[in-house]
Write a protein of this length. Structure first.
Ligand code: THU
Length: 160
């Protein structure tokens, strides 16, 4: 028997001002995208902005449903839109901001497990790492250099 240890790492930024100008702009788009969330049930808004290698920016927000599981997270709304409309483009960077409608969470909010699995699919498909930046409503931002850092030991097509 032996123990297996998996290590992971992130970059932490104190606030938006520490990001380079382009990443700041992208995160602002994710923050703005939260205003377009349809979240009458949870009142928790998530915005996502994706930068593609063709220069296009794709945004998404969470879209809820009275039949709760029929709703979809912001990250998957955005990434599926990118996959459907720009199937040959590579995803370079993904920015996420998440917070309840009535206040700004100050800690970084990571994407849920299903969104990580969906992002993983595209990172593997394009054979190029995706940078993932995530924050609450304000304050610190975490950056992961690859999806693998936030979903170590993932299930993927190699097991099929
Ligand atoms: N949500 C996202 O949009 N992304 C995540 O990664 C976590 C959760 C949404 C789903 C639901 O509309 C609300 O946040 C509360 O769970």
């Amino acid at each position: 028997m032996k123990e297996i240890t998996i290590t992971t790492s992130f970059v932490e930024y104190e606030n938006l001002n520490e990001l380079d100008a382009s990443s700041q702009k992208m995160m602002q788009l994710a923050i703005l995208a939260r205003k377009k969330a349809y979240a009458p049930y949870s009142k928790f808004t998530v915005g996502c902005a994706i930068l593609l290698d063709n220069g296009k920016v794709v945004e998404g927000s969470n879209q809820e449903n009275a039949a709760y599981p029929s709703g979809l997270c912001a990250e998957r709304v955005a990434i599926f839109y990118a996959g459907a409309n720009y199937p040959d483009a590579k995803i370079l960077k993904l920015f996420i901001s998440a917070s309840p409608v009535d206040r700004d969470l100050e800690q970084p909010i990571p994407p849920c497990g299903s969104c990580r699995q969906s992002i993983a699919e595209y990172e593997i498909k394009q054979d190029q790492d995706i940078e993932i930046y995530f924050m609450g409503g304000k304050g610190k931002i975490y950056k992961s250099n690859s999806l693998k850092n936030i979903l170590p030991f993932m299930f993927d097509k190699k097991y099929l």
